[in-house]
Design a protein around this ligand. Structure first.
Ligand code: HEM
Length: 411
């Protein structure tokens, strides 16, 4: 009864930044499901007031109707007036289409596939650092170093000797989340991005994302330095926490399901399907915002023009009308059109890069740590925010030999 009252309180005035929800997965899902069942569209008075859309069909409708549900006034709840608007996530069509035209060719499945062996080299070298010890923090020692390492080196072309500095800037931004020092960390990251772009302008072309920005235009007008900087920072921030947290969620499933781990190591289970299903089940990025440009009726509610609206991907991904027994990992789902990477014009641009990172991490974990388990007595640490972030995941496994890869510079 007391639990029900607690869930009711958290559903009624939903706060995506709640520490209670970040720290308790069972409570999180009870509240997410409660919002969909009591909604599917509800109003929360938190953060100055915003609407929550939680049914699969309603979320789908809102993401596709970008004219009514605009991204141009910020994708977060609450809006942060101190941060500049980030392209392409906070730009509406038609300008948005120009941003996608600039970046999509570098983000396609085919384009990112060529990075697979380099990703394996980075992941394997990181594992070498702790594989003989039989224990590590899978987030701090692996995920939080693997993802930025790959993003900076492979996607953006940051040279090896700059990796420690850029990694430190990113870590400082991540670790200051929710604190006033995050603004300073953001400024430092922005300053690094500008210096890096100026330097790259003088270098021979590498054909990577940085080059695409340096040569890109919106409506025929070359991108300004501010636009390039904000996009570079956006790519790093959009890609890092989400993907690193994706790895930690996958690792937690593998730790609790040794059979799945064995099936992955022996290729009995198809890695791509497992990853996709865990991404649906966990909905790492659990919701993002829009602002209505007119009065609109949806899910039986009238949402007035100018309202901030939170699209709850997590609730849509657990909608039992679309995903029967949604709490189960079921790789045989006939229709897995989940929204873990969003949908509509803003569907995650980095999804193929992210999925490849997740695949490399998953196979490395399953083959090199097949008996992975959470360290008894050590709890995973989480962080409140719009991404379901795990900050620390201490694990044990049977020690094995190093493979002898050169050390990765990101520490
Ligand atoms: C598991 C990892 C990831 C998850 C769960 C995720 C999730 C999402 C979601 C839900 C959206 C939709 C935003 C919206 O509709 O407002 C999105 C957009 C986006 N993501 Fe990801 N993302 C991941 C990894 C990445 C990576 C690795 C990158 C690139 C480095 C990236 C770059 C972007 C960009 C640029 C957008 C905006 C696209 C647009 O507005 O057209 N993401 N992501």
């Amino acid at each position: 009864m007391a639990i029900d009252a607690k869930i009711h309180r958290l559903v009624e005035n939903f706060d995506p930044w709640s520490i209670e929800l970040a720290n308790d997965a069972e409570l999180f899902w009870a509240v997410i499901n409660g919002i969909r069942e009591h909604g599917p569209v509800l109003y929360s008075e938190r953060h100055g007031g915003f609407w929550v859309i939680a049914g699969y069909d309603e979320v789908l409708r809102a993401t596709k109707d970008w004219k009514t549900f605009s991204s141009a006034q910020g994708a977060a709840v609450p809006a942060n007036p101190d941060l500049p608007k980030l392209a392409p996530i906070e730009v509406d069509p038609p300008d948005h289409s120009d941003w996608r035209r600039i970046l999509n060719p570098l983000m396609s499945h085919a384009a990112v596939s060529r990075h697979e062996s380099a990703m394996r080299r980075i992941a394997s070298a990181l594992m070498d650092e702790f594989i003989e010890v039989g224990e590590c923090d899978l987030v701090k020692d692996f995920a939080e170093r693997f993802v930025p390492g790959a993003l900076f080196e492979l996607m953006l072309g940051v040279p090896g000797d700059q990796l420690p500095t850029t990694h430190a800037l990113v870590q400082s931004f991540i670790s200051s989340a929710g604190r006033s020092s995050q603004q300073e960390a953001f400024t430092q990251l922005t300053m690094w991005a500008e210096q890096f772009l100026l330097w790259r302008k003088e270098q021979p072309e590498r054909g990577d994302v940085t080059d695409a920005l340096l040569r890109g235009d919106v409506r025929g007008v070359p991108l300004t330095m501010d636009q390039m900087v904000s996009t570079l920072v956006m790519l790093v921030l959009a890609g890092m926490e989400t993907t690193a947290s994706g790895i930690s969620h996958i690792a937690q499933h593998l730790a609790f399901d040794p059979e799945l781990c064995r099936d992955l190591a022996s290729s009995k289970a198809q890695t791509d399907l497992v990853i996709d299903e865990i991404m649906r089940r966990e909905s790492v990025s659990f919701g993002l915002a829009r602002v209505t440009t007119r009065d609109v009726e949806i899910g039986g509610q009238l949402i007035p023009e100018g309202s901030r609206v939170f699209l709850l991907w997590a609730a849509a991904n657990w909608d039992p009308n679309v995903f029967p027994t949604p709490e189960r990992i079921d790789i045989r789902r006939p229709r897995n059109k989940h929204l873990a990477f969003g949908t509509g014009p803003h569907k995650c641009m980095g999804q193929h890069f992210a999925k490849l990172l997740l695949k490399v991490a998953t196979t490395e974990i399953a083959t090199r740590m097949p008996d992975l388990q959470l360290r008894p007595g050590a709890a995973a640490e989480h962080q409140p925010g719009l991404t379901r972030v795990t900050r620390s995941l201490p694990v044990l496994f049977r020690p094995t030999r190093r493979l002898g890869h050169p050390k990765v510079l990101t520490k």
